[in-house]
Design a protein around this ligand. Structure first.
Ligand code: PGA
Length: 262
């Protein structure tokens, strides 16, 4: 297999609105202990806001990074219920998810809001994971590339192509999130290659070094097939990231695939 030049794979766990304080503590501890063997990949977890101090406490000075699932614009102000990028940095977050399809669909984040959040995250010195993806209706209407193209273009217009040196992209087909339906490795690879091609039209160096993760019902038993694809640089994992054994098995698949490619 050919090595993916310059791109270290990443496995990220999106916990969504899950885990009690006790469960969060147990899960972070188990992931931290199980992950010490991995050297070829980056690992990050995205617990709820309230668990971020716990993540900082348990993961500081380890190889595992943590981040938030969302943020708001600006550094401070009268925005009841919101959390700023500066606050996340204060709790040691390196990353933040931006534009997750649940934010887009359930909380009405449109292209303009996602672009503004992307910009605000970069201004706060966070590394955004920009989530993109088409719905089932859009895929069936052959609109996948149009939808992804639009989502990408509005992000590129907002922050400029070189900002993507700091951004990770996650392709998450909406129809595969939490449904148990995964895109086949070939389906995912074809969209990942399309995404990289769009970036290459702006800047080949950025395109080749940018990590594009796949998300949508990634499990230990489908991870290896996905990670073996040329343009799939890791995974954004939802449900399976809530169980340390499953999450670590996905990390192990990424680690093994990367070592096999070296
Ligand atoms: P899932 O979620 O793995 O549960 O499908 C992925 C995501 O929403 O990031």
């Amino acid at each position: 297999m050919q090595k993916r030049e310059q791109r270290k794979p990443m496995v990220a766990g999106n916990w969504k609105m899950n885990a009690s304080r006790e469960a969060a503590q147990a899960l972070i501890t188990a992931i931290q202990q199980g992950a010490t063997a991995f050297t070829a990949i980056d690992i990050a977890i995205f617990p709820s806001f309230v668990h971020l101090p716990l993540a900082e406490h348990l993961l500081k000075n380890t190889a595992i990074a943590w981040g938030a699932q969302n943020m708001y614009l600006g550094t401070a102000g009268a925005f009841t219920g919101e959390v700023s990028g500066a606050m996340l940095v204060d709790y040691g977050c390196q990353y933040v998810l931006i534009g997750h399809s649940e934010r887009r669909a359930l909380f009405h984040e449109d292209l303009t809001m996602v672009a503004a959040k992307l910009k605000a995250a970069l201004e706060a010195k966070l590394k955004p994971i920009l989530c993109l993806g088409e719905t089932l209706a859009e895929r069936e209407a052959n609109q996948t590339e149009n939808v992804i193209g639009m989502q990408l273009q509005s992000a590129i217009d907002a922050v400029g192509i070189h900002a993507f040196n700091q951004i990770v992209v996650a392709y998450e087909p909406v129809w595969a999130i939490g449904t148990g339906l995964t895109a086949t490795p070939e389906q995912a690879q074809s969209v990942h290659a399309f995404i990289r091609k769009i970036f290459a039209q702006h800047d080949v160096v950025v395109a080749n070094s940018m990590r594009i993760l796949y998300g949508g019902s990634v499990k230990a038993d489908n991870a290896t097939g996905l990670f073996g694809m040329a343009d799939i640089d890791g995974a954004l994992v939802g449900g399976a990231s809530l169980d340390a054994k499953s999450f670590l098995a996905i990390c192990q698949a990424a680690e093994q695939t990367e070592i096999a490619m070296e």
